[in-house]
Design a protein around this ligand. Structure first.
Ligand SMILES: Cc1cc2nc3c(=O)[nH]c(=O)nc-3n(C[C@H](O)[C@H](O)[C@H](O)COP(=O)(O)OP(=O)(O)OC[C@H]3O[C@@H](n4cnc5c(N)ncnc54)[C@H](O)[C@@H]3O)c2cc1C
Length: 452
């Protein structure tokens, strides 16, 4: 491939072309829409009751958000005999995090033993496998490799294996360099751990299958139904969208990137603010896809397990490389140029954000460096698979993570549920929430029904 063409390809793959400084300079100059045209939502906090609304028959529960956590919650509530309606703002289910992720069924290796994340990942994985088999949704039990690329990473790798065992994993196998090579000939490492329980699936397809089950249970899933207001009324709750007013006994907020705003809409203090981190992927060109056959991960930073680029084969044969994690100036913007004034101002006005930034600016700069510099991104990949060359990489997709940050500037590590009167709010559902979605749903249903 010629140098010019290669440079063009690398540039396409390179994600963050507009620096934070330029974006901040633009703050006062642009309207409250994405720079590149993505629509910017404020969670609908400006809702008012208007005349002419259709008021629906009463539901037991309104679930806000048609991602896998909202849909998983609706299944659990439907199975418990509740009449449920799911309201999804966009025109299809799983339009945001649930449809823009790595597609990994996580085993539960990383999480603090005893945490909700550890328990619900295991329970959710088992429930998801049973669901996928029952409903005929394709998935693959691929296993994955976590690879130490230097001796200094061995203690962290060993600690990871101890955590995995404490979290109930039975398919862990420690590997030396030769065993690593026999499983994945292109992977370079001094040691590794094979995690047999890891799998691959397409979560957008999972969401569509969840929808069918909800409908089979007598529930409804309404798309193009952005919730604009929530208020308590006559021993129940009234939820308004742009065209309807729905009465229910209770409301569940699974709004993902908008969850904090929806909680406030319901009069509940969310205790945290969602800070969005965009993850940018490249893909291996078809000729390079055979370089890896299963997910290959580096040894993670225990404080930020989602950092560290990795290789993830997809069910359709593509192999993704990435994602990185850079601060996003638009909660639902997938291009590096997307910008939302409302989102940016709210983030910069939050003391917790500044405390977080003061503590972790070095790490943030390193991630931004990998985003700006293709060479550094390739370097990170080559640590795991030295044969990867810059010309093997093509532009891939991206996703935006909803990460709750508390007022002290700490990333909320575990899943976080906050209860209000007749309401329950899922305020932190980071990875592995897609894996754990059916188990999270059961917790949501139990907690909500315990309120009654
Ligand atoms: C880059 C990336 C990679 C990841 N990889 C994995 C992985 O491999 N495995 C894994 O288990 N997890 C992974 N995750 C995490 C996982 O995708 C999320 O934890 C999970 O999808 C969260 O689901 P959710 O339903 O809470 O959120 P979402 O899928 O974001 O759903 C929230 C929904 O609420 C809707 N909504 C918002 N406001 C309103 C409103 N006012 N009215 C009505 N609807 C509204 C939104 O449109 C959206 O559809 C990854 C995440 C990202 C971003």
């Amino acid at each position: 491939m010629g140098g010019g063409k290669r440079r063009a390809q690398l540039n396409r793959c390179r994600s963050l072309k507009v620096t934070a400084i330029i974006e901040l300079t633009l703050l006062g100059q642009i309207s409250n829409t994405g720079l590149a045209g993505a629509i910017c939502h404020d969670g609908g906090a400006s809702a008012t009751d208007r005349g002419g609304f259709v008021t629906d028959a009463r539901f037991d529960v309104v679930v806000i958000g048609g991602g896998v956590v909202g849909l998983g919650s609706a299944i659990a509530l439907g199975e418990a005999g509740r009449r449920v309606v799911v309201l999804e703002a966009e025109g299809r289910v799983a339009p945001h995090q649930s449809g823009h992720n790595s597609g990994v069924i996580h085993a539960g290796l990383y999480y603090q033993p005893g945490s909700l994340r550890a328990r619900l990942c295991k329970e959710g994985r088992e429930a998801l496998h049973a669901f996928l088999e029952r409903e005929g949704v394709p998935f693959r039990r691929s296993g994955k490799l976590v690879v130490a690329t230097s001796d200094s990473e061995r203690p962290a790798l060993e600690e990871l294996a101890r955590r995995g065992t404490a979290n109930g994993l039975v398919g862990l196998r420690a590997l030396d360099a030769a065993e690593l090579r026999s499983l994945e000939p292109n992977v370079a490492g001094v040691a590794g751990v094979l995690v047999a329980e890891t799998g691959l699936v397409d979560y957008a397809e999972v969401a569509r299958a969840y929808r069918k089950v909800i409908e089979r249970l007598g529930g409804e899933v309404r798309t193009d139904a952005r919730v604009l207001g929530i208020r308590g009324a006559g021993g129940g709750i009234t939820v308004t969208t742009s065209s309807r007013s729905i009465e229910a006994g209770a409301v569940v907020n699974c709004g993902g990137l908008q969850a904090d705003r929806i909680a406030r809409m319901a009069g509940v203090d969310p205790q945290v603010q969602i800070v969005p981190f965009r993850g940018e992927y490249c893909e291996l060109a078809p000729a390079a896809q055979s370089l890896v056959s299963r997910p290959i991960y580096p040894v993670p930073n225990p404080a930020f397990p989602f950092l560290g680029v990795h290789f993830t084969p997809r069910l359709d044969g593509r192999v993704e490389a990435g994602p990185n994690a850079v601060l996003a100036w638009h909660r639902e913007g997938y291009r590096s140029s997307d910008f939302c004034l409302h989102d940016a101002v709210e983030m910069l006005g939050y003391a917790g954000f500044w405390r977080f930034a003061a503590r972790h600016w070095r790490l943030g700069l390193a991630e931004m460096g990998r985003s700006w510099s293709q060479a550094r991104f390739v370097e990170a990949l080559q640590k795991l698979v030295p044969a990867v060359r810059a010309e093997d990489l093509e532009a891939g997709g991206s996703g935006v993570r909803a990460q709750a940050v508390d007022r002290e500037g700490k990333l909320v590590n575990d899943f976080l549920f906050v209860e209000g009167e007749r309401s329950l709010h899922v305020l932190n559902a980071p990875s592995p929430a897609a894996t754990a979605s059916l188990a999270i749903g059961r917790v949501v249903a139990e907690r909500l029904m315990a309120q009654a």
